[in-house]
Design a protein around this ligand. Sequence first.
Ligand code: NAI
Ligand SMILES: N[C@@H](CC=O)C(=O)O
Length: 806
Amino acid sequence: MKVIKFGGVALKTTEQIKEVKHIVENNSGDLLVVVSAFDKVTDLIIEAGQNAVTTPNTFMETLNTITEIHLGFISDLEIVKVEIKEEVGQKMEELKSILQGVSLIGELTQKTLDRLMVFGEQLSSIILSAYLNIPHIASEKLIKTDNNFGKANVDFESSYRLIREAFVHFSGKAIAPGYIASTKKDTLTTLGRGGADFSAALFAAALGARELEVWTNQDGFMSADPNIINKAYAIPSMTYTEAMELSHFGAQVVYPPSLLPVYQMGIPLHLRNIHNTKGEGTRVDRGDHSKNISPVKGISSISNISLATIRGLGMVGVSGVSMRLFSAMAEENTSVIMISQASSENSISFAFDKNKKEEVKRAIHKEFNQEIASGSIHKILFEDDMSVVAIVGEQMKQTTGIAGKLFEALGRGGINTVAIAQGAGEQNISWVVRTPQLRKTLNVVHEAFFLSEYKQLNLFLIGMGTVGKDLLDQLNQQQEKLKKEHRLKIRLAGIANSRKMLFDSNGIPFDEYMTLLDRDGEASSLPSFAENVIGLNLYNSVFVDCTANDQVASLYKTFLENHVSVVAANKVAASSSYENYETLKSIALNKGAKFLFETNVGAGLPLISTINDLRKSGDKILKVQAVLSGTLNYIFNTISKDIPFSKTVRLAKEEGYAEPDPRIDLSGKDVQRKVVILARESGYRCEDTDITVEPFIPKTLFNGDVDSFWKALPGVDIDFENRRKILEKENKKWRFVGTFENGKGSCSLVEVDSQHPFYDLEGSNNIVLLTTERYKEYPMLIKGYGAGAAVTAAGVFADIIKIANI
Ligand SMILES: NC(=O)C1=CN([C@@H]2O[C@H](COP(=O)(O)OP(=O)(O)OC[C@H]3O[C@@H](n4cnc5c(N)ncnc54)[C@H](O)[C@@H]3O)[C@@H](O)[C@H]2O)C=CC1
Ligand SMILES: N[C@@H](CC=O)C(=O)O
């Protein structure tokens, strides 16, 4: 014998019902088909009952809809038996007269509601019996319950006996309505919403079925809620305990009480999807599932939860507090979904359905009246808009590090866990989060336990000039390699230039971003960019700043506070006031985000990271002497009798070395910023006023706007040429040198001879001499390209990858 159950969602359309017929016909051997009401019918019956109470006769409209649904199926399924139409007509008359009674009395008791609701399953089983051409069995006569109407408790012994007696000579196929039952005195009852699963499980258990197959519109138990996680997949197999745990914490695949009868009798449960009949579904049985790759089987979650916390020193060491609390909840018929109690016992928190808040309040105040009055319970706190999330798996108890991995992932995702619980059975860890963080929580945990094959970063980039564009090209070229060799996926979730911005949480293709930005982008606005980044709430979000803009730099604080890491090519933030620099660093630390700006000094050269590594290993930076401007070094290497100073500046701009506003380079400001950043990273509380700058061109050039600067610039060419000739004769070179010692420093143009370590410094190269306690006599030397699109973009890229920790 096999039992197959079809839920209402699998009985939604004529096509689905035709599929049901295939499934039934393809099952050879003895078969019992258990059915729910047709889709939506139970809800319509409840609606009709409620209408009957409030406004007499308005139920007729709903009743007509119910009639139409059933007659519609009879006609579409081409059921020609006249008796079926008559039987359905009779049932509808019966239903109507009960509704009229409800309307007259103006009251709808749970008992009467049960009386109404049985019609759904009765009608569907009558029609399907005719369509499938198999006999119909009256389940209500075989499943016996108490009179707890609405969700009656099953009398297993009597039910099993009656079912076995009814089937003693059975062979072939039959159909039975699910959900409905009756008391000892034959009063009709129901088994609770979803109870048709339960009926099927009772039949399967009583008859020792070889399998119970349940057809819904889902592929089975999923690794996480597929409405939230689009990468969720069906779990092929699991134990009864795992299924029970997942169901308890919100996985709505099978009605949880149904698991007990099949578990007790060891009957395999197979969950299938009517929309995917070829799919494997999920098998729940006593088999050994320990060979599964992940010890965590699935994640489930329940929203619409409230959390109550009771605090009081008077609870410490007092026995029976929990017992009293939960008995009080039981008296109010309130189910406690999760409990968390600190070992100090001075507080206990529990999660429950938010609709039960009044009952919970009443129960606490009634039970702990005296303790509240005496102050031994001093605080009762209710928090709404909560969700409970659980990871479930029987193998979790044999695996160390699950909790560590879970809470590390949550921490990195910036998710605050409000309460935590893990039973001694170690088959689940459940925790409470605020509902707005639920989506991110599920993503983070799903990735940590199920998709750890790939790590994903979500990038948001502002600035698509020299550096930004090159970065996007490099990301495009490297993406496959990163996926293959490092299991890292980089998703471009948002971009902006000064005109437009575009977001797509599924990823903007790296090779099409400009076309898409132009076509679909909205007007650029920094506050709205930040709102989008934070609103999207994607895990592993990274903001990348490839502008030189101070307004963009002012967004970092908000990003870091919201656990979005920041990678900045822009030097404004790290060289702003020490207070701001320190604040950003400490927010990043506290929020588990990263604030990285390696390219702020020496472009792609590993300067900041080297200084950090030296300091972490106990070294102390004593002095730094450096050439830090790619632009200036290029200018002083390029200037000649044929190429005047003003032209070298233009060339530096064209080469992509100069700042968007080249006056920042020529004024020495850019080098001053870099020295400030190096001093700070070396551990000194340095402000820009601690680093003096000696200008080498007249300050008047910096008055006015950039256009007037370009116009005035050739005015200094003759003076420069005269100075250059003398320098050439002396076989010297100009180097703009930045230096600091003990947190104080300077930037100035220095003439170096061929003996000087900075003499041979080609093109736009930078050089840095680090004198430390360990590198004292022979300072450490770092040298190489100090500006330019490719090397800077590569430096930004390296910072991004550091965030992924691969
Ligand atoms: N070019 C280089 O060699 C290096 C540059 N950097 C830094 O990288 C940053 C970018 O430099 P480049 O790419 O060379 O400059 P760029 O001028 O070529 O690009 C900057 C881009 O930012 C855009 N932008 C400015 N404000 C914006 C806003 N509010 N919203 C959207 N977009 C905005 C501009 O339209 C421009 O396209 C600068 O902070 C620079 O100091 C750092 C190391 C080396
Ligand atoms: N304008 C800068 C670019 C790098 O920081 C320079 O020329 O060094």
